[in-house]
Write a protein that binds this ligand. Structure first.
Ligand code: ATP
Ligand code: MG
Length: 195
């Protein structure tokens, strides 16, 4: 069993998240990719804008019916910040013998050495890294080698110029975001805005 794990805030989930998860699954032959929203993102001191219950509901809606992608409430079910190393340890214990990949965008690489127990993360999982607008320069290969030599797979995908920050700004400005997020997520965002 080959399992991908993708952490993030998913505030809200958007088409870039799904493109990354699907490209990693296709290129690495993953049987499953778990999208794991953070309860309280450790790298975002201000926390997420939308409550965890709403973010996991949107991630569930985004992957509904997909044969490979699934939502995991592993982190939102626990109070306080969750660290990727701990999450991967739990997933590894639940799936003995599985090969794990932690999937991330290149914007996360620079800060990766400062995460909790990064060496444990790359012991438990290989990293699957995709370029991201603004972070997809040639420094990626260098950074990838520096943080986790020999444990990185580069995911080749067209850059998707979408971020949750931009989606939130558009929602705040009253703009339509249905071209940036999966349809079931747009429906949830729309019903939240209306309520
Ligand atoms: P925010 O703007 O709030 O930081 P985000 O769009 O970066 O949101 P996150 O939930 O922070 O979304 O990201 C989760 C993971 O998905 C990270 O590893 C991030 O690099 C990756 N990711 C998000 N959007 C893209 C994208 N458009 N292309 C490639 N990777 C992405
Ligand atoms: Mg981000």
């Amino acid at each position: 069993m080959r399992i991908g794990v993708m952490g993030g805030t998913f505030d809200p989930p958007h088409d870039g998240h799904l493109a990354l998860a699907r490209a990693a699954a296709a290129q690495l032959g993953l049987d499953r990719v778990m999208l794991v929203p953070a309860a309280q993102p450790p790298h975002k001191p201000g926390g997420a804008t939308m409550p965890a219950a709403q973010r996991i509901a949107m991630v569930r809606a985004a992957v509904e019916g997909d044969p490979v992608l699934e939502a995991s409430s592993d982190e939102v079910d626990r109070p306080g910040p969750s660290y990727t190393a701990d999450t991967l340890e739990r997933i590894a214990a639940e799936h003995p013998g599985a090969d794990l990949w932690f999937i991330l965008g290149a914007d996360q690489l620079e800060g990766f050495p400062g995460w909790s127990r990064p060496e444990r993360i790359v012991e438990l999982a290989r990293l699957a890294v995709a370029s991201r607008p603004g972070a997809g320069d040639p420094a990626m290969d260098f950074l990838a080698g520096a943080v986790a030599a020999g444990r990185v797979d580069v995911v080749d995908m067209p850059e998707v110029p979408i971020s949750s920050t931009d989606v939130r700004a558009r929602i705040a400005a009253g703009e339509d975001v249905s071209h940036l997020v999966p349809a079931p997520v747009a429906a949830l965002l729309h019903s939240d805005a209306a309520s």
